[in-house]
Write a protein that binds this ligand. Structure first.
Ligand code: DOR
Length: 449
């Protein structure tokens, strides 16, 4: 992993501190849900390691002279975030994104780690591709990359991949994301096989016979526009099936990009019954609805599709009561080639790494989540689900943290993004809350310019 320190806030001293690795962040609101911390405190980082979090470091100690002190003025200091669902497009579609550009986008968005989905070219269905991704991440990545390997060869849904080999090569989970596993027996075997290697199985829940040919959510808006719809049931049938299979096998199941109220009900009930199921949603599902499609702008075309207002409310309820454990972005870069075309032919997907934080903070401002709950959904919760060592400010360890200004209002401009792609549905939107800096493993990898 490279030290990508850029210019910017609060420029000179942080830059130096990033090199020296010794830093005292004074008077921030430190929020670390895993350690039940939410208080105004100072954070001391020495040689890149978190030394202490204290309400007030006394001034005038000799050694403090050698530490760069930065006034945080009530800004939030949180464990650096983890996005458990992104598409980095390398290998194979480097014109859309690379591991280098995608991880630069990640650290600009406040993330210290991303889990990347296997629908690359070639598909990440063998140890060589998993190792390639990890090697590129080591050489060129700005943050941690956790590969998610395919469940089936070529994501064709026919034969299982070698889970043991993938696990020992560094895969943290398996998924055929982008495509559902249509064969229920194969999904059963995947959940059984994954248990042996303590792998998480991530479900892209979509019943293709119900969704195929669909371009958007099925409802009054699709009728009005004359576009073929995808019913909520296309997702819910598969959520129900996979929950039943998780119960049967006692495998660890995670439902990706939850978009409907019915899925929330099913997951809520399954959790109550003690089934090992977790879930994520993405900012677009708790922010946007299918009425955006009235513009016929292909930037709003995504799979699963943007749903109704009612669904959006159910998603918020699911976030509030803990049915949804994590917020991921499903960062899905596409170039103009795939997006600037007739609606029918446009690719599904939107980028999200550099717009997620203010949208997540809107849930705090409108009272859906407490600050600590919101932070947990992008830190310790996804880290626990994936079993990766991020998501908390652990004393003595190389520190990964994000500083957030929760109050600054500005206009999102995707032209300034680090991502190679521009398919951001929030471009031009006025938002509040911004990432100021990101430290990964004690290195300053991002400061806002
Ligand atoms: O909209 C989507 N885009 N949904 C997916 O499941 C895959 C993703 C992609 O890879 O572009």
């Amino acid at each position: 992993m490279q030290n990508m320190a850029g210019q910017g806030y609060p420029k000179a001293e942080l830059k130096r501190a990033g090199q020296l690795g010794s830093l005292l962040l004074r008077g921030g609101r430190v929020i670390d849900p895993a350690r039940r911390i939410d208080e105004i405190a100072d954070v001391l980082v020495v040689d890149g390691r978190l030394m202490d979090i204290q309400p007030d470091f006394p001034l005038g100690m000799d050694w403090l002279e050698h530490v760069q002190q930065v006034d945080m003025n009530g800004k939030w200091i949180v464990p650096a975030m983890l996005d458990m669902h992104v598409h980095l497009r390398e290998p194979g579609e480097e014109y859309k994104e690379t591991i280098a550009s995608g991880t630069r986008a990640a650290v600009a968005g406040g993330y210290a780690g991303v889990a990347c989905m296997p629908n690359t070219m070639p598909v990440n269905d063998n140890a060589a591709v998993t190792q390639f991704i990890l090697e590129r991440a080591r050489e060129e990545g700005a943050c941690h990359v956790f590969p998610v390997a395919a469940i089936s060869h070529g994501q064709r849904g026919e034969n299982l991949t070698e889970f043991g080999e993938l696990r020992s090569s560094g895969a943290v989970a398996v998924s055929d994301d982008g495509r559902p596993v249509m064969n229920s027996l194969l999904m059963r075997r995947a959940l059984e096989y994954a248990r042996i290697f303590d792998l998480l199985v991530i479900s892209h829940a979509e019943e293709l016979s119900l969704s195929q040919g669909g371009l958007m959510n099925e409802g009054p808006v699709s009728t009005l526009l004359g576009l073929r719809g995808i019913p909520n049931a296309a997702e819910e049938v598969m959520v129900a099936r996979d929950i039943l299979l998780a119960e049967l096998t006692r495998g660890r199941l995670h439902i990706a990009h939850v978009s409907t109220g019915g899925s929330i009900r099913l997951i809520r009930e399954a959790k109550k019954r003690g089934i090992l199921v977790t879930a994520e949603t993405a900012p677009h599902y708790f922010t946007l609805t299918d009425s955006e499609l009235m513009s016929f702008n292909t930037v709003f075309k995504v799979n699963p599709p943007l749903r109704s207002e009612k669904d959006r409310d159910y998603i918020r309820e699911g976030l509030a009561d803990g049915t949804i454990d994590a917020i991921a972005t499903d960062h899905a870069p596409h170039s103009l080639l795939e997006k600037d075309t007739e609606f029918e032919y446009a690719a599904n997907g939107m980028i999200g790494l550099e717009s997620a934080l203010p949208l997540i903070l809107s849930l705090v401002r409108d009272g859906t989540l407490s600050a600590s709950e919101a932070v947990a959904k992008v830190t310790c919760n996804p880290a626990r689900i994936l079993g990766v060592p991020l998501g908390s400010l652990q004393p003595g360890k190389p520190v990964s943290l994000t500083v957030i200004d929760p109050d600054v209002t500005y206009t999102l401009d995707c032209e300034t993004f680090q991502s190679k792609s521009r398919n951001c549905p929030f471009h031009g939107r006025e938002v509040t809350g911004r990432v100021e800096l990101t430290l990964v493993d004690g290195k300053l990898v991002y400061t806002r310019s």
